[in-house]
Design a protein around this ligand. Structure first.
Ligand code: ARG
Length: 399
């Protein structure tokens, strides 16, 4: 008896997921494997990947274009949450996992599979995100993670694949481990494993080196409706198109590179390089618009919510009651976050230089230092008396 009869395997076309196919059959007695590759805008050609799965022994090879859902239901809420893990990483990889889990679970139901499989190792965050998300969506499914148990090095994995007749990689494999989608690229391993090493220029694809960026600055206006980005320079854009265009416009100025040591859920520190041009700029612009349209207390309270939100999304709890509750809070706050943010792009910086909104809470008559000033200065005196009262009493007691 194998560990499962029929399995839906998350498939990328890479070495690990390809080797999973013969491995699951030969070592774990799985009878039938259906592979599922998600098109998240990673730019890979998916037809060769689809065929490779069949050549590797899959009975069915599915490709799902989920770009639109990815942006609308995963990236956009993260922008509304200003989600930057450890203040820097816009969660490009972390947001894709729960969506992949969702389509795996749906495919398992459709094809009558009793298990889900993925090629994640036991060291990363992605295994947690897949396992917990799949379990949340269907607690009856088994989850198989052969790479967590097989104990093969990369060389051994490749050798195992060759022995099983797995076709050579579709494209030449890089010394780096790269995960990419519409929201950006996550790059680790190779020479990057030494945190002291400067990232080589060759790892970047979406962002230009500063030396190659335009010598003229460029203005960019991003329009938001209820916290969702809808326009670029005054022109309406569909969500996927908006992200694609922003990646180009912003990446061209070398904006969106991140080099960080991050704390994984499993306790390991890792050095990761990201390039995420559109998301970085969208989150910064969105946060700025909130500063114009939210009251001080909502804005400040939301910071704590954002931090919790970001952490639980990073830690694989996308489909959790806490996440749903935080979503409700965040949605409520976005009702009036509409307007435009103007940025100046130049040599690796996207500087916010202006913002406006019909819902602006900025009150010129109160803020001005000019003659039009409407603020009742005398009222400040009584306010300060009351505000400072506890401190005054304390000081009198302790003199
Ligand atoms: N550290 C990122 C995360 O946990 C990305 C993980 C995948 N990175 C990679 N280079 N394959 O979300």
């Amino acid at each position: 008896m194998g560990r499962a009869k029929k399995v839906v395997l998350a498939y990328s076309g890479g070495v690990d997921t390809s080797v999973c196919i013969p491995y699951l059959k030969q070592e774990w007695g799985v009878e039938e494997i259906i592979t599922l590759a998600a098109d998240l805008g990673q730019g890979d050609e998916l037809e060769p990947i689809r065929e490779k799965a069949l050549k590797s022994g899959a009975s069915e090879s599915l490709v799902a274009d989920v770009k639109d859902i990815f942006v609308k239901e995963y990236a956009f809420p993260a922008i509304q949450a200003n989600a930057l893990y450890e203040n820097r990483y816009p969660l490009g990889t972390a947001l894709a996992r729960p969506l992949i889990a969702k389509i795996l679970v749906e495919a398992a139901a459709k094809y009558g599979a009793d298990a889900i499989a993925h090629g994640c190792t036991g060291k990363g965050n992605d295994q947690v995100r897949f396992d917990v998300s799949c379990t949340a969506l269907n607690p009856n499914l088994k989850i198989l993670a052969p790479a967590r148990e097989w104990g093969m090095s990369r060389e051994q994995t490749i050798a195992y694949g060759e022995k099983c007749g797995i076709p050579a990689p579709v494209k030449k494999s890089s010394p780096f481990s790269i995960d990419k989608n519409l929201l950006g690229r996550s790059i680790e391993a190779g020479t990057l494993e030494d945190p002291a090493n400067e990232p080589p220029e060759e790892i970047y694809e979406m962002t230009k080196a500063i030396a190659d960026t335009p010598n003229e600055s460029e203005y960019l206006e991003i329009g938001f409706q209820k916290g969702l980005p809808t326009t670029i320079n005054g022109t309406s854009k569909e969500p996927v198109e908006l992200i694609e265009q922003l990646n180009k416009i912003v990446g061209n100025h070398g904006i969106g590179r991140i080099d960080m040591i991050e704390n994984r859920l499993v306790g390991i520190k890792s050095r990761e390089i990201y390039e995420s041009p559109a998301m970085i700029v969208l989150i910064n612009a969105h946060r700025d618009l909130e500063s114009l349209t939210l009251t001080a207390d909502v804005s400040q309270y939301k910071r704590g919510i954002e931090e919790t939100y970001t952490k639980i999304v990073y830690n694989g709890l996308w489909y959790s009651p806490l996440k749903a509750a935080l979503d409700a809070f965040i949605q409520q706050t976005q009702e009036r976050v509409s307007g435009v943010v103007r940025l100046k792009l130049f040599k690796g910086n996207a500087t916010i230089v202006g913002r406006w909104s019909d819902n602006s809470l900025y009150t010129p008559d109160l803020a001005t230092y000019g003659a039009e000033d409407q603020f009742d200065h005398k009222a400040a005196e009584g306010f300060i008396y009351v505000w400072g009262l506890p401190t005054r009493i304390w000081a009198q007691q302790n003199k």
